[in-house]
Design a protein around this ligand. Structure first.
Ligand code: DC
Length: 244
């Protein structure tokens, strides 16, 4: 599949110039497209990012996994996640190519990840890997909190995905129950709000939309509709119908 052009069946854009862009892209092995997808927990950004990467033939990085891996290393070594020295050492020693995704999604790690992510030196230690990942041809979709603002400020398209806290809590509760983890929706909501607050208020790369990010509210959208809305924005930017 050529990088960038969605496969048949996803061709709902009215654009003609996309075909032209496609033939240019496929003749230039160095060309990269970077799509930054930020937003709070359970906004739908991860699912959108994975699907968008799939149809455009791009690499995908869930950058939350990196902070989760640092948190897990700190906890596994018997330390508290607010032990700054241990968290920095764990970030420096991290091998980001080996993630056990299922283990990293556990609730205890979720909370700890938000704590280690607030430490500027931890973020600094993880920056190069994310930037290198983003620029590997043919390009990548990265999802997280600071992709459009810090990691890839020059990204071709930036999305900031939101949904109401109540809807996000309901989604996260369903996800946890499906994985066999106990979950109470009110507790999940309280956890989400606490994490949003910490992720948005920290001084190092806080959760916030880049000035040129396109807002996508998934509150009333299912997975398919959210994905289509994301691709509509991406196509509009690529074909010049929207500013990048
Ligand atoms: O997306 P997630 O829930 O897996 O992220 C876990 C934590 O990591 C989240 O609370 C904030 C932090 N994070 C971050 O600070 N920057 C990113 N780019 C991604 C995640």
């Amino acid at each position: 599949m050529p990088p960038f052009d969605p496969p048949p069946g996803y061709d709902w854009s009215p654009s003609d110039d996309r075909t032209e862009k496609h033939s240019q892209d496929t003749h230039d092995a160095q060309v990269t497209m970077i799509i930054a997808i930020d937003g709070p927990a359970a906004s739908g950004k991860g699912t959108i990012a994975k699907q968008v990467a799939g149809i455009y033939g791009l690499h995908h990085l869930d950058t939350g996994l990196i902070y989760r891996a640092v948190a897990k290393a700190v906890l596994d070594a018997g330390h508290s996640p607010d032990n700054v020295r241990e968290a920095i050492d764990a970030a420096i020693a991290l091998n980001p190519r080996k993630f056990e995704e299922a283990a990293l999604k556990a609730q205890v790690i979720t909370e700890a990840a938000s704590v280690v992510a607030a430490i500027p030196e931890v973020r600094q230690a993880l920056m190069n890997y994310q930037r290198e990942f983003a620029t590997r041809p043919p390009g990548a979709v990265l999802d997280g909190r600071d992709i459009g603002t810090v990691i890839a400020p020059g990204a071709d398209v930036k999305l900031f995905v939101v949904a109401t806290p109540e809807v996000r809590a309901a989604r996260r509760t369903r996800e946890l129950l499906a994985r066999g983890e106990p979950a109470d929706e009110q507790e999940v909501l309280a956890d989400l709000l606490r994490r949003d607050e910490r992720d948005s208020r920290r001084t190092a790369a806080p959760l916030k939309p880049a000035p040129d990010a396109h807002l996508l509210d998934t509150t009333h959208l299912g997975i398919d509709a959210a994905f289509r809305a994301a691709v509509d924005i991406i196509e509009a930017v690529r074909t010049g119908r929207k500013r990048g």
